[in-house]
Design a protein around this ligand. Structure first.
Ligand SMILES: *[C@@H]1O[C@H](CO)[C@@H](O)[C@H](O)[C@H]1NC(C)=O
Ligand SMILES: *[C@@H]1O[C@H](CO)[C@@H](O)[C@H](O)[C@H]1NC(C)=O
Ligand SMILES: *[C@@H]1O[C@H](CO)[C@@H](O)[C@H](O)[C@H]1NC(C)=O
Ligand SMILES: *[C@@H]1O[C@H](CO)[C@@H](O)[C@H](O)[C@H]1NC(C)=O
Ligand SMILES: *[C@@H]1O[C@H](CO)[C@@H](O)[C@H](O)[C@H]1NC(C)=O
Ligand SMILES: *[C@@H]1O[C@H](CO)[C@@H](O)[C@H](O)[C@H]1NC(C)=O
Ligand SMILES: *[C@@H]1O[C@H](CO)[C@@H](O)[C@H](O)[C@H]1NC(C)=O
Ligand SMILES: *[C@@H]1O[C@H](CO)[C@@H](O)[C@H](O)[C@H]1NC(C)=O
Ligand SMILES: *[C@@H]1O[C@H](CO)[C@@H](O)[C@H](O)[C@H]1NC(C)=O
Ligand SMILES: *[C@@H]1O[C@H](CO)[C@@H](O)[C@H](O)[C@H]1NC(C)=O
Ligand SMILES: *[C@@H]1O[C@H](CO)[C@@H](O)[C@H](O)[C@H]1NC(C)=O
Ligand SMILES: CC(=O)N[C@H]1CO[C@H](CO)[C@@H](O)[C@@H]1O
Length: 754
């Protein structure tokens, strides 16, 4: 009997086992077969049991059933096979950071035992899978960095009742934040950042007593922060920046959030004063209040925040003057871990407190620009040796640039533009060997440009324009800086002498501007080696000689301005090879000979001014010359032909050298001069009117433009700081990248799940 029973039982058990084995293995193979790139799954073959395949973990109790499937960062591409729903005993499914696309299959709802689902950082699309509501064992649900859309299910908090961590950030979810989230009594972290959610923050979220991380940034949420949220005493991160929220920060904020490390309200419409009790949140590491409508002074005792690393206070409408408001800077000498201090674009006025040099040497980014700050850069600025970026632009600062600036050997960018700095450029700047951007236009700097600048081997941008009194010649050493790439602008100074032939070493330079100086001599032929130049502006100098033929090598040149010099000789035919030339200004020189007919072949050329030279012969009729709107040829008495609208004599009749329109050169010049004077007067009048208006408008416009960029950089910084709070491994900070208006953007790979 027993034998008989056993013989009956064993095969049926075996067959059950066989089916289970077959179905899990078949499901895995079906998953693999559904991928378009599964090269990382070569080990998934018949030579070994599937439990030892890459990423597969089987149950110890049921050794033929897959319990975990962990396949992150494997370059898997393609869609997810519905067969995944056949892995009945699956508890952990991690497919993050691949290139999976298409929808999450509804069969996922059959995985009743699933506790962890991570599909983050793929290209999945479609709606939030409704069937997920059957995965009632889920504790961790991560779908961030995909392209999922539609609404977050309103009942999520009543179905996935065991959820502890929920990250849906960086998708395109719409609609409201489900109020049912408040029923997830185990929830410790929620990130809905970077979606298109709107409406209010649900009032009842204040019930989530265990919540540590809340990130709703960069949505379109409105209303106020529900008061109940200030009862979330476990919160480590509270981030609602980048929404349309309003209201005040409660005066007793200092009694809330005893564990808070990251607090972000930036880029909203919060108002009122920044309560001084905020200085009691002593666990804070990052505080973002930027881009809001606060008022009044910054709490004077902010230095009590001894763990503070980043303070973002730019564009918050706070103020300071010589009597009050600057105390916080003095007090922040106690923030020994400070890295970032941004207070730009506020109503700070009065003298820059010299205590700023007592900030921690850990500070990397100090941004003071776009205020009304006056006074001097303290002579001990060199104390802040950790600085990467120092921005004091667009203010009312004056005095010398201190010699000690040369001690800031980690400086990458220095912005001093639009102030009244005077005196010599300290040669010690040459010690800043990491410097990439040096901007000091629109000041009162004087004297020579120090040859030491030639030591700045990474310099990409040098702008010393509009100081008017910088004199002497261009140091050869600077022209040896092959790193110079974006631009070299020395315009509107009193520089003199010839351009050294070393200029040809600037073969990465995009823009060379030497306008409005006293330069003389010939343009060295080596200029033709600056092959990536797009802008060459040499107007308003005393250059002479002929235009070098080698200019024709600079195929990408877009704008050439030689106006108001003493150039002579013919316009070289080689101009015809600058296919990209858009604007050509040769006015008020002594060019002679014909206008080369190849110029009409330049299809990009949209502006040509050769007026007031000694050009002669036939004006071409094609290309740019077809439309007089773009052509100035006045003041050349021996030109003929061209399109009829020019009213020049036909060329066959102009042998006498006299202009057959009967207008002598002197009359033309007289007329042109009168015209210019009239133009000048009207310009002055217009400028006056404009500036009066602009006085009111200017700041606003500038801010609008600026705001866009700062907002971008702000968003970057948020991610960075949240990473700090979450204590995740930072996968590496990419190089600093700069936006066009010179803000420091830190690009990072955000692989943290919050
Ligand atoms: C998955 O399960 C379904 C239903 O049990 C079955 O029809 C299908 O063949 C299975 N797929 C694989 C690849 O095992
Ligand atoms: C099968 O997988 C094993 C490792 O599990 C690997 O060594 C072998 O090369 C694979 N065979 C094929 C044909 O890919
Ligand atoms: C497939 O993915 C691997 C990484 O696992 C990658 O090296 C390979 O280039 C990919 N193949 C294609 C065709 O994209
Ligand atoms: C998924 O795997 C990645 C890479 O190992 C890991 O960083 C991530 O934390 C895992 N997801 C979960 C929810 O554990
Ligand atoms: C959705 O999940 C339910 C419950 O597990 C399951 O019965 C159903 O087959 C799933 N739907 C699909 C299309 O797989
Ligand atoms: C929370 O759960 C309770 C009890 O199940 C239920 O009555 C209530 O409607 C739920 N709240 C929300 C907002 O779904
Ligand atoms: C900060 O906290 C201390 C006690 O911890 C309290 O005496 C003080 O009033 C608080 N400061 C503010 C401004 O709330
Ligand atoms: C910094 O520059 C100054 C002036 O060029 C020079 O005298 C000094 O030795 C330099 N200091 C260092 C540390 O290189
Ligand atoms: C060219 O130079 C003239 C004279 O300085 C100046 O008025 C004009 O704005 C310049 N144009 C460009 C595009 O640089
Ligand atoms: C200019 O264009 C004309 C007609 O398109 C062509 O015949 C001539 O060779 C071109 N000249 C140059 C220098 O490319
Ligand atoms: C010349 O260009 C102007 C501005 O683009 C345009 O309005 C005008 O019609 C053009 N004239 C001719 C004759 O093509
Ligand atoms: C909506 C949104 O924020 N999308 C971003 C998701 O992340 C990628 C890069 O990681 C960005 O390019 C998207 O703009």
């Amino acid at each position: 009997m027993a034998v008989c029973n056993a013989s009956l039982l064993v095969p049926s058990l075996l067959s059950i086992l066989m089916i289970a084995v077959a179905s899990d293995e078949a499901a895995l193979l079906a998953f693999k077969a559904g991928l378009s790139n599964s090269s990382a799954l070569d080990s998934w073959n018949g030579s070994t049991g599937f439990c030892s395949w890459e990423g597969v973990t089987c149950s110890r109790r049921r050794p033929t059933q897959v319990e975990g499937l962990s396949l992150p960062f494997l370059g898997l591409a393609g869609t997810i096979s519905p067969a995944i729903g056949n892995l009945t005993f699956l508890q952990i499914l991690n497919m993050s950071s691949n290139e999976l696309y298409g929808e999450i299959p509804p069969s996922i709802g059959r995985l009743r035992r699933l506790q962890t689902l991570d599909m983050g950082s793929n290209m999945l699309s479609g709606m939030f899978p409704a069937n997920l509501s059957f995965c009632t064992s889920l504790t961790t649900l991560i779908l961030h960095y995909n392209q999922l859309n539609g609404q977050i299910p309103v009942d999520i908090g009543n179905t996935l009742t065991h959820l502890q961590r929920l990250s849906l950030m960086n998708n395109t979810f719409t609609g409201f934040i489900p109020a049912s989230l408040a029923n997830l009594s185990s929830l410790s972290a929620v990130s809905l950042k970077g979606n298109r959610l709107h409406g209010p923050i649900p009032e009842n979220l204040g019930k989530l007593a265990g919540l540590q991380f809340l990130n709703f940034e960069n949505n379109d949420l409105s209303g106020v922060i529900p008061p109940s949220l200030y009862n979330l005493s476990s919160l480590v991160t509270f981030a609602v920046g980048g929404n349309n929220l309003h209201g005040n920060i409660p005066a007793d904020i200092g009694d809330k959030f005893p564990r808070i490390e990251g607090f972000s309200l930036g880029a909203n419409q919060f108002s009122g004063v920044i309560p001084s009790s905020i200085s009691n949140l002593t666990t804070l590491k990052g505080l973002w209040l930027s881009i809001n409508r606060f008022s009044g002074f910054v709490p004077p005792n902010l230095g009590r925040l001894q763990s503070l690393r980043r303070l973002f206070l730019h564009e918050t409408d706070v103020e300071a003057n010589d009597r009050e408001g600057w105390e916080f800077i003095t007090s922040m000498a106690n923030c020994s871990q400070l890295v970032t201090l941004l207070i730009a674009n506020n109503s700070f006025s009065g003298r820059l407190p010299s205590s700023i040099v007592n900030l921690s040497t850990t500070i990397e980014y100090l941004y003071l620009g776009y205020n009304n700050i006056s006074g001097h850069i303290p002579s001990d600025i060199g104390n802040l040796v950790g600085l990467n970026v120092l921005e004091i632009e667009h203010s009312f600062m004056s005095g010398l640039i201190p010699e000690s600036i040369g001690k800031l050997v980690n400086l990458v960018q220095l912005y001093l533009e639009n102030n009244s700095f005077s005196g010599l450029i300290p040669p010690s700047i040459g010690n800043l060997t990491q410097l990439e951007w040096l901007l000091a236009p629109n000041n009162n700097l004087q004297g020579p440009i120090p040859a030491n600048l030639g030591k700045l081997k990474y310099l990409q941008i040098l702008n010393l324009s509009m100081n008017y009194n910088l004199n002497g010649s261009i140091p050869k050493e600077i022209l040896g800086l092959t790193s110079l790439s974006s631009y070299l602008d020395l315009s509107y100074n009193s520089l003199s002498g010839p351009i050294p032939s070393e200029v040809g070493e600037l073969h990465n330079l995009n823009k060379l501007v030497l306008s409005g100086n006293h330069f003389s001599g010939e343009i060295p032929a080596s200029i033709g080696n600056c092959i990536v130049l797009e802008f060459l502006l040499l107007d308003r100098n005393s250059f002479e000689g002929s235009m070098p033929k080698s200019l024709g090598n600079i195929k990408g040149l877009r704008v050439l301005n030689l106006t108001m010099n003493k150039f002579s000789g013919g316009i070289p035919d080689t101009l015809g090879s600058m296919d990209g030339l858009e604007e050509l200004y040769l006015a008020q020189n002594n060019f002679s000979g014909p206008i080369p007919s190849v110029i009409q072949n330049l299809t990009m050329l949209s502006e040509i001014d050769v007026s007031f030279n000694n050009l002669q012969g036939e004006v071409p009729k094609g290309g740019v010359f077809r439309n007089l709107t773009y052509v100035s040829i006045a003041g050349n008495n021996m030109l003929c032909g061209g399109v009829p609208q020019l009213h020049l004599a036909s060329c066959s009749m102009t042998n006498t050298g006299k202009n057959k329109n009967g207008w002598s050169k002197s009359i033309i010049i007289a007329l042109a001069t009168t015209g210019s004077i009239l133009l000048l007067i009207s310009l002055v009048v217009l400028t006056h009117i404009f500036c009066k208006k602009a006085g009111r408008q200017k700041t606003k416009n500038r801010l609008c433009l600026w705001r866009k960029h700062i907002r971008e950089s702000l968003i970057m910084h948020y991610q960075w700081e949240l990473m700090d709070s979450w204590k995740q491994t930072c996968l590496g900070k990419e190089d600093m990248v700069l936006s066009t208006n010179a803000l420091w953007m830190t690009k990072i790979q955000v692989q943290l799940w919050l």
